[in-house]
Design a protein around this ligand. Structure first.
Ligand SMILES: [Zn+2]
Length: 620
């Protein structure tokens, strides 16, 4: 897509004159920022004021909702996510999290909640509202149904108490990460509201819409937000109001701190803004380089980033629960600190870059394609993390160590493989709450990364890129499902991919390829497990020559004969270790790589610490 973009710097917007609205003159130039053309289903026009002392928000929202379904809608279901954090035991979230989320506990002295203080129709008709499930959902009966194609406008006043940073949102001293903060509609699909209570493992699902949000904070605060800042006003009371606009997005998040500094870069028509804390000045070049590289590579691989700006927010070391999270046009990165892990000699290189790249990869999958993260979380995290591994390998090199523990070095993929081997039987497909926290990590991160990388190795890099870019272009802004991904993948690859979808995504199939015997002129290979992935067998003969033979893996045992060759010296199945889900590489023949399985036996406990760490601090 061809785009013309106006470069707008945050500082220009933060230039304010008392009592007078200052609009950036560049916005009035002939070239307005170009937004993706997306049908707005649920749009939000909001005013919100932060009270930094009491850590509260006072807000008003005007929701414009279009019924794009085939039947009339009689009621409306809202999310009130912050109500999950009223205490450490009442909500479904806290019961499932039990009671810590990704290694962090809720500070019960600083809980979170949202209260709807008034709700009415555009004409002033008041509506009554009931909290349902565990109060993370609200429901209201409409006086008149919304007919197909018709629009509903709701006016809602609300208050929110931000928790001390927990599960991606809240405050730490004067730092605020404001996510999941406003009453937000579910998604009307197949004649029902697709809206679940807030579950511990679950992320989000929302319709696309346009956002126009005015945020009021003390004048010394700097705001980072979804969208583009379009104006800023200094108010008489020492506050400032900054207006942000975003079109064709599924959510709106923002962050504020009086300490924020910023640095910007432009790549492929997108302005990248890094908003960071002064103590993290040393991360500026690293984060911007990673971000720039990610935006341009993902743009080349999948399709152009469709928005004019991407903001990366840094988080304080003490507020890592807010880091490693994606929102539309805004990601929270942050430095990961190993001190909480208990791995004294551990070191994670490139974790800063890995987290940055991972969150930016989400912009293509979570934010633009927009999967249902509650119902099919593997699609979002899996494809995102696969994209991350791919980029880190190509930009920083496959041997750039991510994790060092004692004398052992693991790259990102080896780390994911180690996690997978802890429970390879868990299917990738499932609703977020079908999994416990460890299995959720394996099902949605570890296994999909290995499965997708294996798929790339089997169909070839070019075909895989074509699958991904076709899927992105065909399904952007449309909430596709696993079945949609399957139809594109099989169509582009020109083959059935039962092993991938039935075996790994929906199923619990595993495989171990092994060479069971080598004779003078023949060898026997075996497939253990039900998973069938085409592979190859490499034979080295006594005269030093080699031969590669394809094996479809369909028979569980296969003998290959080489009657006219020199004696066989050795044989190896899958010699290039393309099948990353193979349970054991050490019996494939002569293994050139470290076999993680034997390592695993010694390190089971460590594994869970690492995974907790990756899920939590790295967030991802
Ligand atoms: Zn992620």
């Amino acid at each position: 897509m061809h785009r013309t973009i106006v470069l707008i710097t945050l500082s220009a917007f933060l230039f304010t004159a008392c009592g007078k609205q200052v609009t950036d003159p560049e916005l009035n130039a002939e070239t307005a920022p170009e937004w993706p053309v997306v049908d707005a289903v649920a749009s939000y026009d909001m005013d919100v004021t932060l009270d930094p002392e009491h850590k509260t928000l006072t807000g008003h929202e005007r929701i414009t909702y279009v019924n794009t379904g085939e039947t009339s809608i009689h009621d409306v279901i809202f999310h009130l996510y912050l109500n999950a954090f009223r205490d450490d035991h009442s909500s479904i979230f806290m019961q499932e999290a039990g009671p810590s989320h990704r290694g962090f506990s809720l500070d019960t002295d600083h809980p979170g909640w949202t209260e709807v203080t008034s709700i009415h129709l555009e004409d002033g008709t008041p509506l009554s509202f009931e909290l349902i499930e565990d109060e993370t959902l609200g429901r209201l009966e409409l006086p008149h149904p919304i007919a197909p194609g018709k629009t509903l406008i709701l006016e809602i006043d609300f208050k929110a108490q931000l928790p001390q940073v927990f599960a991606r949102t809240g405050f730490y001293e004067d730092f605020f990460m404001v996510g999941q903060w406003f009453p937000k509609l579910g998604v009307w699909q197949n004649d029902r509201w697709n809206a679940y209570p807030f579950h511990a493992n679950s992320e989000f699902f929302a319709d696309f819409g346009d956002y126009d949000v005015r945020i009021t904070v003390p004048e010394q605060y700097v705001i980072a937000a979804t969208g583009l800042p379009v104006s800023s006003t200094a108010n008489e009371d020492g506050t400032q109001t900054t207006q942000f606009e975003a079109k064709g997005v599924i959510d709106f998040a923002w962050s504020a701190s009086p300490h924020f500094k910023q640095s910007t870069r432009k790549v492929d028509g997108t302005e990248i803004v890094y908003v960071y804390l002064p103590e993290h000045e040393f991360t500026v070049e690293r984060v911007l380089y990673a971000a720039e590289t990610a935006v341009s590579h993902f743009g080349d691989w999948y399709g152009m980033y469709p928005y004019p700006r991407l903001t990366i927010v840094d988080v304080p070391d003490q507020a890592e629960g807010a880091g490693g999270m994606e929102y539309p046009m805004l990601v929270a990165a942050g430095l990961a600190d190993l001190t909480g892990l208990g791995i004294m000699k551990g070191r994670l290189d490139r974790l800063l870059e890995t987290v940055t790249v991972h969150e930016i990869a989400h912009e293509w999958w979570y934010a633009v394609v927009a999967f249902n993260e509650a119902e099919e979380p593997w699609l979002d995290e899996g494809i995102t993390d696969y994209s991350t591994v791919r980029l880190m390998d190509r930009v920083y090199g496959p041997n750039d160590t991510v994790l060092q523990l004692g004398g052992i070095e693991l790259d990102y993929l080896q780390m994911r493989r180690m996690e997978y081997l802890a429970d390879p039987l868990v299917p990738m497909y499932g609703k977020a709450w079908d999994f416990d926290q460890i299995n959720y990590g394996i099902a949605t991160y570890s296994k999909p990364v290995l499965a997708l990388s294996t798929l790339e190795n089997v169909v070839g890099e070019q075909t895989m890129l074509e699958i991904m870019s076709t899927f992105f272009e065909q399904y952007k802004f449309s909430h596709p499902t696993t079945q949609d991904f399957r139809s594109v993948a099989e169509d582009v690859a020109g083959q059935k991919l039962d092993w991938f979808f039935d075996g790994l995504v929906y199923g619990d199939d595993v495989l171990n390829y092994t060479v069971t015997s080598v004779n003078e002129h023949s060898l026997t290979v075996e497939r253990q497990g039900e998973l069938i992935i085409p592979t190859e067998v490499e034979v080295t003969f006594e005269d030093g020559t080699t031969e590669m033979t394809a094996w479809d893996g369909v028979q569980d045992e296969m003998t290959f004969d080489y009657p006219d060759r020199a004696s066989i010296r050795q044989a190896e199945v899958d010699p290039h270790q393309k099948i990353l889900v193979d349970l054991q590489w050490s019996d494939n023949g002569l293994s050139r790589r470290m076999d993680v399985m034997s390592w695993l036996a010694v390190s089971a406990r460590l594994l869970f610490q690492i995974q907790d760490f990756l899920l939590g601090q790295g967030g991802l």
